[in-house]
Design a protein around this ligand. Structure first.
Ligand code: ADP
Ligand code: MG
Length: 149
């Protein structure tokens, strides 16, 4: 398993705060292509993606919905396509293979933001970065970003 060599922690008190931190994280993780977003239901993973896509000029937050049932939503950013995935409902490595992640990741400038990616060992293995979100009191959330250069 590849180790992450860098890390940064954040704390937010609101949705607006999470959207702002997403822009910072988008900058920090401008090179990584495959990013796993960890955290229980309601932690704020999709909210983070809204801010991330906004920062990349790919979509406005209100245009972004959770790909819970569709599995993948695709956006166009300046550098390339951004794929927002939610694998909560996916059950096997076989179903995962059918999604075509390899093709997505192979596109120049592509970025994959994957909710529930940690369910699959093959994805943990290939991830360039992880963002772990955890609810604290009320609207507070902690964010822990880990990546390798
Ligand atoms: P996930 O994708 O992890 O299931 P969502 O982003 O879909 O989470 O939902 C997070 C929910 O928590 C939303 O209803 C959002 O309004 C609420 N929320 C409250 N405070 C925050 C915060 N600081 N950051 C992100 N979401 C928050
Ligand atoms: Mg979500």
């Amino acid at each position: 398993m590849k180790e992450f060599t860098r890390e940064k922690k954040f704390k937010t008190r609101s949705v607006a705060g999470t959207l702002a931190i997403a822009a910072t994280i988008a900058e920090i993780l401008s090179a990584p292509r495959v990013v796993i977003l960890r955290g229980e239901l309601g932690a704020g993973k999709t909210t983070l993606v809204k801010g991330w896509l906004q920062a990349l000029g790919a979509a406005e937050p209100e245009e972004v919905t959770s790909p819970t049932f569709t599995l993948v939503h695709e956006y166009k950013a300046r550098k390339g396509r951004v794929y927002h995935l939610d694998l909560y409902r996916l059950e096997s490595e076989r179903e995962l293979a059918a999604l075509g992640l390899d093709e997505m990741a192979a596109e120049p400038g592509a970025l994959l933001l994957i909710e529930w990616g940690e369910k699959f060992p093959s994805l943990l293995e290939r991830a360039d970065a992880e963002v772990a979100m955890a609810p604290l009191e009320g609207d507070e959330r902690s964010l822990w970003v880990r990546w390798r250069d």
